[in-house]
Design a protein around this ligand. Structure first.
Ligand code: ASP
Length: 348
């Protein structure tokens, strides 16, 4: 009897000694993190293990995702909620609004530590920036995706998810705004874009760099976003069921304004342009369409100027066109005054 008891104690001691560092060092109960799933490659299956680039989105359920990774239990008390299970080009206003409202409800609970969102990488940065502007909490929100399907040899999804949950549960990540985590890198929603079609280090903040890293020894941050976000944001979607239509046109040689006219005819309330035909821009403005000038180069600023102000154009600072579209949609829920919208572009 005593021998059996000692044997059990010895087994427990051995188990504790071999437990991973993260489990041993966590003082007190593990943080409560909720996973909100929307789909994307991280939840997709290919025909066989070598298929990296052909797969269908949205086949892996949140339950399968979580059960596949028992190590998550060592870093958080994890709950999950499915918002959608689609490829990210299909993420729309309805999904984004529901996601924002559910995240806000979760983070308002005193016991919650943070939130993780699975998302396809193609438009992940758009949802991340949207949430950065409408989440009403300093608690961490981390968007995670994968470049390789769930079924692939050497898939990147599980470790990305593991690290995203670690960051969402980390007190160090509070007040950092919405973050993007792939490839061990913690990036700011506002500054980051998908920079490569297939490589696993695809998310880049170009001239600004990552906020920090999720490494095995610790979650480490080197800088903080300075633009307004989350709890300091003036935007509120709690009572909204839709957002104004805003479209983007890409400037190029011999662009004759056909796209601008078509978007205006389709009901656009705002347009983000990277160039464009001057007469078509004037026609759009005469119909009350708000114009934001962005740029197609992928990094650098579009500065405020007397010329832009005189032409009642808002300049986008260093926001890429797809991010400028998100901000303009939210701005138009408050005002259509170009000066006031320029103030928003200078602050967010
Ligand atoms: N097709 C995917 C998407 O939903 C791409 C990805 O997730 O990496 O965006």
């Amino acid at each position: 009897m005593i021998r059996n008891l000692l044997l059990s104690l010895a087994l427990i001691a051995t188990a504790l000694a071999s437990a991973p560092a993260s489990a041993q060092s966590s003082a007190g109960p593990l943080p409560k993190v909720r996973l909100f799933t929307t789909g994307g490659t991280i939840q997709s299956r290919g025909a066989h293990r070598q298929k990296l680039m052909e797969y269908s989105d949205g086949k892996v359920t949140p339950e399968q995702l979580v059960n596949d990774l028992p190590e998550l239990k060592e870093v958080a008390q994890l709950e999950y909620m499915e918002i959608s299970n689609v490829g990210s080009p299909s993420v729309n206003t309805e999904i984004q609004l529901r996601l924002a409202k559910e995240i806000n409800a979760w983070l308002a609970k005193p016991e919650s530590a943070g939130a993780v969102v699975t998302h396809g990488t193609a438009t992940l940065e758009e949802t991340a920036y949207f949430l950065n502007l409408v989440v009403k909490s300093d608690k961490p929100v981390v968007l995670v995706g994968a470049m390789r399907p769930f079924t692939a040899v050497s898939r990147d999804g599980p470790f990305n998810l593991y690290n995203a949950v670690r960051v969402a549960g980390s007190p160090k990540a509070r007040g950092m705004g919405v973050m993007i985590l792939l490839n061990d890198e913690i990036n700011a929603a506002r500054d980051t874009t998908k920079g490569n079609t297939y490589r696993t280090d695809t998310f880049v903040a170009r001239d600004l760099g990552p906020l920090g890293y999720a490494d095995s020894d610790q979650i480490v941050f080197y800088r903080k976003p300075t633009y307004r976000h989350t709890s300091k944001s003036e935007f509120d979607v709690s009572k909204l069921s839709t957002l104004p239509r805003v479209d983007i046109t890409y400037g190029y040689q011999e662009d004759d304004g056909t796209a601008i006219d078509a978007f205006v005819a389709a009901g656009a309330k705002g347009l983000v342009l990277t160039g464009g035909d001057k007469d078509a821009i004037k026609r759009a403005q005469e119909k009350g369409v708000l114009i934001v000038s962005s740029d197609r180069k992928g990094s650098g600023r579009v500065v405020e100027s007397e010329k832009a102000a005189a032409e009642k154009r808002v300049t986008s600072d260093n926001l890429l066109p797809m991010k400028a579209r998100i901000l303009l949609r939210l701005a138009l829920t408050k005002t259509s005054d170009p000066k006031e919208i320029q103030r928003m572009f200078n602050q967010y």
